[in-house]
Design a protein around this ligand. Sequence first.
Ligand SMILES: [Zn+2]
Length: 265
Amino acid sequence: MQGLGSTAPKQRLEADAAPQEPPFDCTEFVAETLLPTVSGKYRLRGYRHTFDGGRTYTEPSCIITGRPEGLENVPVRVHDACFTSEVLGSLKCDCAGQLQMAMGYIQEKSPGVIIYLQQEGRGIGLANKIAAYALQEEGLDTVDANRALGLPDDCREYSSVRNILSDLDIKSIRLMTNNPRKIQVLEELGVDVRGRIPCIVESQELNVGYLATKQARMQHWLSESDTDSLDGSFCYWNHDGEPLLPSAAQGGKSSGNGRLISRAD
Ligand SMILES: [Zn+2]
């Protein structure tokens, strides 16, 4: 464990004894600051996390509006880092747009939380992601490129999310996601997911293929109905969330009210 400043608040969050989780994982709170941004002010909390008994660390952070501590049904986005879109402005994926949507949402619907994880490329890391992009230039889609490199489709790890929510004493959440695997994994870790808030940004020429692959091969919920096509015409942000219905868990979407709220651009 790296040393912490002597004045830094410090709290170790030991994992609960759920059978499927990796051993010795822990998430350590380091510090909180108030960060002014172009989207408004956010509480920013820094953590250190290990899920392999201390051999490696990541540094999850938590972006917060208001005081979600002790509350239920808190809007939470679990967001994985994407250097290429968030820093470089890549048009190959929708990550930066999803982050901006989530930041805007929790400003509007405070309190809310974004847990930002260093899991580039669905967990394979930046260099592997670049290698996968190189294969995609030869015609492979995002799933087949990973497989050609001998890498998993998705190896993200979310025990830090459970630990951070526990640190904040958040009782239950409504998850901002289009990804059914993320809901399943969090529930298996013991997170009480009470609903889902769709997080869909408008597709455009360069990422429409990537989004179509996410929908077809990774069961992401990216359109209002199974018959919708990814032609760039859809874009919504459901500010009410929606209950997790069995049909949604199977890849369909429940009908809801007032989906077309705002556009990503
Ligand atoms: Zn991305």
